[in-house]
Each structure stands twice: as C-alpha cells, then as structure tokens.
Ligand binder design. Structure first.
Ligand code: GDP
Ligand code: MG
Length: 217
C-alpha cells in the first residue's frame, strides 16, 4: 500500500486555555479583547463558551481553544475544567478582595489536582488595573500568591488603550511557553475541529461585527 505523503502538511498543535475566576472579574472581556481587539463593556453573565483561535508560534500553526466559564466554581466544575485545559488563566479583580480569595482557592485546587506528571500551567492575572482608585488588592499580594502557586503573574487592564497588546502578549507568551514544555502530537484528538467554537446568541448581539471577524477561528 502506498504511504500517504505527510511532508507538506503543516505542523498542527493545540493548546487549551481555560479562563476561571469569580463572576465580574473580566473573563469574557479578556477573551473578547483577544479575539476581536475590542473592549466591550457588557456581556451575558451566564455565558460559557469555547472559542477557537489560530496563531503562529515559533513557525508552528497553533489552535488555541479558549474556554470562558461563568457561575459558581464548585469543586465538581473545577475538576471538570481540569480535564479540559492545559493552561489555566486564574483571574481576580484588583478592585475586589473577595475575587482574590476566590482566585487563591481556584489556583490551589488546580495545583493540588494536577501533578507534575500531568503538566499544567497556571497564569495568575489581576484585572482592572486602570481602576487604581478602587484597588483593594496590593500588587505584592498577587505576586506572593503567584510564588505560592509557582506561576507567572500579571496585572492587566483590558479596558485601557493598550489592553489588546497586554492581553495578546500575555496569551501568546503563555502558549509559547507551554508548547516549549509540551510535545503535543498532530494525531492528538484535541486537534480535531471543535464543535464548541460556535458563537452563542448573546455574544453575537453584543459584538455586532464579531461574526464576520470570527471567520479565521
Ligand atoms: N475598568 C475595567 N473594567 C473591566 C475590565 N475588564 C472587565 N471589565 C468590566 O467588568 C465587568 C465584568 O466583566 P465580564 O467580562 O463580564 O466578567 P466575567 O463575569 O468574569 O466574564 C464588565 O462591565 C466589564 O466591562 C478592565 O480591565 N477594566
Ligand atoms: Mg463572563
């Protein structure tokens, strides 16, 4: 039997990013900023969805599946997310101390459940840095927590004029770092087109031109 030529096939890889954190910290805002470059102020709070995005990292063509979450972060839900992610963005708002406690709980849960044998990457993100007047969580507290969780830490503002740059650099840097430590085979079933990349009605309404812009992912 003749062998199928594979030499001209692109080197497909995938990274699954799960975005977690208390409601209102800016998970959907961050994802929409990354996908559309736009900052949109209102979303359906209950929206949970996965979005597929393509990017090139170190000459590799990467599928990035971004999973937005919403609602209570019960242990059952977190364990379910753990089976679906490689990179976990754990968000809190610098203006809301309770969201920081929630991020700590989520981060510790991920660390406990995912061991070295099962590689996982956590990124701790303090959001809404533009709202300095309302700050409730010091930068050093975020930094201390990131040391405990042994993960990178960023404070960002999705709303600021540099929001897109901040979010995309943080995400592409994280994906690059993850891929350097992981060999994800092109036969991995995760590389199959996602049935979840379909947009939900609420987000289409809020983003207007989002559907047209979304043709690449
Ligand atoms: N000022 C400011 N507001 C933000 C930022 N990120 C998100 N928000 C706002 O915070 C609110 C909650 O954001 P959302 O993405 O719905 O939070 P989610 O529940 O975590 O998905 C919305 O009104 C956003 O516009 C930010 O970086 N700065
Ligand atoms: Mg949301």
């Amino acid at each position: 039997m003749r062998k199928r030529k594979t030499s001209h096939q692109p080197n497909f890889k995938a990274a699954r990013v799960v975005v977690l954190g208390q409601d209102g910290v800016g998970k959907s805002a961050l994802i929409v900023r990354f996908l559309t470059r736009r900052f949109i102020t209102e979303y359906d709070q209950t929206l949970e969805s996965t979005w597929r995005h393509h990017m090139e990292v170190d000459n590799d063509f990467i599928y990035v599946d971004l999973m937005d979450t919403a609602g209570e972060n019960s242990e059952v839900k977190l364990n379910n997310c753990l089976t679906r992610g490689d990179i976990f963005l754990v968000l809190y708002s610098i203006t809301d101390r309770s969201s920081f406690h929630e991020a700590a709980r989520i981060g510790r849960h991920i660390r406990r459940r995912k061991t070295n044998g099962n590689s996982v990457m956590i990124i701790l993100i303090g959001t809404k840095r533009d709202l300095e007047h309302f700050r409730e969580v010091d930068e050093t507290e975020g930094s201390d927590l990131s040391q405990e969780l042994e993960c990178p830490f960023y404070e960002i503002s999705v709303a600021s004029s540099d929001g897109y740059k901040e979010v995309s650099e943080m995400l592409s840097g994280s994906v690059r770092q993850y891929l350097r430590h992981e060999k994800i085979g092109s036969n991995d079933k995760r590389n199959q087109p996602s049935s979840l990349s379909k947009m939900k009605e609420g987000l289409i309404k809020k983003t207007g031109s989002f559907r047209r812009k979304s043709v690449t992912f």
